[in-house]
Design a binder for this molecule. Structure first.
Ligand code: NCD
Length: 323
C-alpha cells in the first residue's frame, strides 16, 4: 500500500509522514488532541493496551535526546508495540562505515512499520521519507523543525486556556536555530489573533525570511530587546536553550548563552497570575532552579507528560490503530 500523501488527505493520518508542522490543519490538531486525551485517561487508569501489538517502530536518533527518544519509546511500549532503538548510529551502525541515509532507511524499513528519526541536517527527514515506503516521523532535523514537540506544546496551551486563538505569547532564546520554535510558530499561525513577542540576542533572532513568512500567514510578531518589555498580559512564555551545537564559533556562544534568564524576580515583575512558563528542555542555565516550584512553570510537569500522550496518539493514528 502506498504512503498517504501529506497535505492531500487530512481526514486520516494512516501511513502519513510527519515532517513539518505545515501539514496540519486546525482540525488535524483537535483530532490528535482528542486521541491524546483518551490516551492520558488510559494511562491514568492503568488500562493495559495492546493497540500496537505486532508493530515494530525504528527509533533512529543521530543526535542526542532524552525526552523525545524516551517518550516515543514509552508511548509505543505502553500500547504494546515494539521498538528497534538506534541511538548514535554514526558510531553504532553501518553509518560508521559510510552508508548513505537512503540505504540506512531502506534497511530499517524492511524490519519495521514506522521510522522515527532525529538528524543534524535540516531536510534530512524529508530525504528519509522520500527513500522510505513506510511512514517517517521527524523527531528534529537540525535547525529545521520538530513537529511533535509543537504538538505537545500546543496541547499544553489548549489544556490550559481552552483555545489556541487570541493568545499572547513570548518566545525567548535561540529563535534562529531552535527547531521547536520553528514548528511552534507554524502551529500558532494556524489560528486567528495570536500575538507573539520575540526576544533573542541579536545574532539569534528569527531569520528575516521566517519573520516575513509568519507575518504573511497572519501572525502578529513584535520584536523586543529587553525582558522589561515583556507584556504582563502574556498568556505564556516559551523559553529556549541557546543551541550550542549549531555554533561554529564557541566564543559567540559563550557571549550569548545566558543573555536572557528566568529568575523568581523576573516572574514576580513581569509574569501574570494565570500565565504558564514553558520550555522544551533541556535547560542549561536559562531558567533558575528556584522557578521550578512556581505553579506557573509547566516544563517539568505538563509538557513532559503531554509529550508521551501526544506521541501515543500520533503513532497509533499513523499505524491505523483505533482505540
Ligand atoms: C529540543 C530539541 O531537540 O530540539 N529538545 C526536545 O526535543 N525537547 C530542544 C533543545 O534541544 O534545546
Amino acid at each position: 500500500m502506498p504512503k498517504t500523501q501529506t497535505k492531500t488527505n487530512t481526514a486520516t493520518f494512516e501511513r502519513r509522514d510527519i515532517l513539518s508542522f505545515d501539514q496540519f490543519t486546525p482540525n488535524d490538531l483537535f483530532h490528535i488532541f482528542t486521541t491524546a486525551k483518551e490516551m492520558a485517561y488510559q494511562v491514568k487508569k492503568k488500562v493495559p493496551s495492546d493497540l500496537l501489538r505486532g508493530t515494530i517502530t525504528t527509533l533512529l536518533f543521530y543526535e542526542p535526546s532524552s525526552r523525545t527518544f524516551a517518550s516515543f519509546n514509552a508511548a509505543i511500549k505502553r500500547l504494546g508495540g515494539q521498538t528497534i532503538d538506534i541511538q548514535n548510529p554514526g558510531q553504532t551502525s553501518s553509518v560508521a562505515k559510510g552508508e548513505t541515509l537512503a540505504d540506512t532507511i531502506r534497511t530499517f524499513e524492511a524490519y519495521s512499520d514506522l521510522i522515527i528519526m532525529r538528524h543534524p541536517i535540516k531536510g534530512a527527514a524529508k530525504e528519509a521519507a522520500n527513500a522510505a515506503s513506510i511512514p517517517v516521523i521527524n523527531a528534529g532535523d537540525g535547525i529545521g523543525e520538530h513537529p511533535t514537540q509543537a504538538l505537545l506544546d500546543l496541547y499544553t496551551l489548549y489544556e490550559k486556556f481552552g483555545r489556541l486563538n487570541h493568545l499572547t505569547g513570548v518566545l525567548v532564546g535561540d529563535l534562529l536555530n531552535g527547531r521547536t520554535i520553528h514548528s511552534l510558530l507554524r502551529g500558532l499561525s494556524l489560528f486567528e489573533g495570536n500575538e507573539i513577542y520575540l526576544l533573542a540576542p541579536q545574532i539569534l533572532k528569527l531569520s528575516p525570511q521566517d519573520k516575513q513568512d509568519f507575518r504573511k500567514r497572519g501572525l502578529k510578531l513584535i520584536e523586543i530587546t529587553n525582558d522589561k518589555e515583556i507584556p504582563k498580559t502574556a498568556n505564556f512564555w516559551y523559553w529556549t536553550r541557546v543551541q550550542k551545537e549549531r555554533f561554529t564559533n564557541l566564543s559567540d556562544y559563550e557571549r550569548v548563552k545566558t543573555a536572557f534568564t528566568v529568575t523568581p524576580e523576573l516572574m514576580k515583575s513581569r509574569a501574570g497570575k494565570d500565565m504558564i512558563l514553558m520550555h522544551p528542555l533541556p535547560r542549561v542555565g536559562e531558567i533558575a532552579k528556584a522557578v521550578d516550584k512556581d505553579p506557573r512553570a509547566v516544563y517539568l510537569r505538563a509538557q513532559i507528560r503531554n509529550g508521551m500522550f501526544i506521541r501515543m496518539a500520533v503513532v497509533s493514528l499513523i499505524l491505523g490503530k483505533k482505540l
